[in-house]
Design a protein around this ligand. Sequence first.
Ligand code: ATR
Length: 279
Amino acid sequence: MKKLFAVLGNPIGQSMSPQMHNDLFAYYNIDAHYHPLLVKVESLADAVKGLKAIGASGFNVTVPHKSSIIPLLDEIDPLAREIGAVNTVVNQDGKLIGYNTDGPGFLKGLNRLLPEIKGKNILIIGAGGATRAIYFTLAKAGAKNIDIYNRTAARAQELINSCSFPVISNAVSMERAEGSLDQYDLIIQTTLIGMFPNTGEKPLDLEGVKSGCVVCDIIYNPLETMFLHNAKKKGLPIQNGIDMFVFQGAIAFEKWTGIFPDTDRMKKNVLKQLGGTIC
Ligand code: ATR
């Protein structure tokens, strides 16, 4: 019987996951289909119950359900529990198990530019939901120091206080971040700054950044934000948000099927959906 997969969110029409996963199911000859499902906040519990009742094999969860789904599941993976957000659910013999593949997806996507996180000095810009997944995953992976610069400093401090993995972290101002750029091996931009239509905005100046520092932006619209453009002009290795998106999907696909899929193929699929070219 055809297996059923889905993504639950609101809005959901913009999701690139259905095309990406359906292409993989066809490529690997798996008899399955992945549906986008528009689920309102007040319908989430019913939707999860329904998916369980009809034996859906697994699903993704996106905005605004990543935290509120937790009490509706049978088991939560420890990292997802720590992050407080689930984006992937596996139906294992009738039990719904929740995982977070956003943070691990970011880390795996970064591997090409930075194979080792242990001992690294990192600056994260932002303190929202996506930041949390990345921050906790990098802390768990053994980063030495992760500073957080956020417009609202109190949110950065809250994030730091809530992390139980051993890492040195400070909530820093923009001035302090800019003044310490020569210390960082990796800088990750996780805010909405520079996202379409505000493509002229950037979170900070990269004057004084260490040569070889890897600069990431989790935005993929545009594919190259002003921040990444400036980093590239300085000759720094850069990565946009496509990798995090593709690798979170690849890890989910592996949890559902046992196959770690061809991420270059996934990247091409996503870029086609975005109407761009590989960068
Ligand atoms: P969440 O991911 O939890 O939904 P969000 O409200 O979408 O959070 O914001 C994500 C991040 O983008 C936050 O770090 C937010 O900064 P604040 O905590 O100060 O709100 C940041 N952000 C959004 N718009 C911004 C802007 N115009 N300038 C600076 N930071 C911004």
